[in-house]
Write a protein that binds this ligand. Sequence first.
Ligand code: CA
Length: 234
Amino acid sequence: MSSTILIIEDEKDLLNTLDYGLRREGYATRCAGTGKQGLDLGFQEPPPDLILLDLMLPDISGIEVCRQFRQTERTRQTPVIILTAKAEEIDRVVGFEVGADDYVVKPFSTRELLLRIRAILRRRSVEEPMPERIEFGRLKVDTAAHRVWVDNTETQLTALEFRLLTTFLSRKGRVQTRDTLLNDVWSIHADVTTRTVDTHVKRLREKLGAAEDYIETIRGVGYRFRDRPDEGSA
Ligand code: CA
């Protein structure tokens, strides 16, 4: 069955080019020229398999559109690729803060975009589904509701921090290099340096408070999430 891709883009020419290029590759498409229309088409059953989202839309900002997709159960896990112009450097970062999976900078080649789409859809299909509730020592995670508790007190994580934590949890006891984390959590190579990983791990640790030492720093390599909560303290 072909994957359905929702395109939200107000530049008509680009929208048509993407629509044509994707359908030629065998994808089904839904096209929206405004944020409002994009949300309507995104919430339609069945939900799209992937969303291409322009940041600068005439009515609602792409960031707000992304946030609404993330807050709604049926589109919470749907991958979003942000389409952005170079001048929107800051928006780009914010895009990741609200939980976009990747971005491409305009002008981009349809070929490049197709590669990104394929990579994300492939990754989704091989990923093992996380259990809905994870308990690990002081930590409790509800992966469906995107909520985290430390010693039964809820801690607020950004979408990115949440993804970082669940990535760690799915690879307990295994060392993760900064590059691996960059690739798997941020899913991009350009413009984000390995220092970004350190910054976010630091913030995640702060938010985990008493559970912060579950994430160990492996000097010169990266990080490792403990295999067992009591490891090292025994
Ligand atoms: Ca636009």
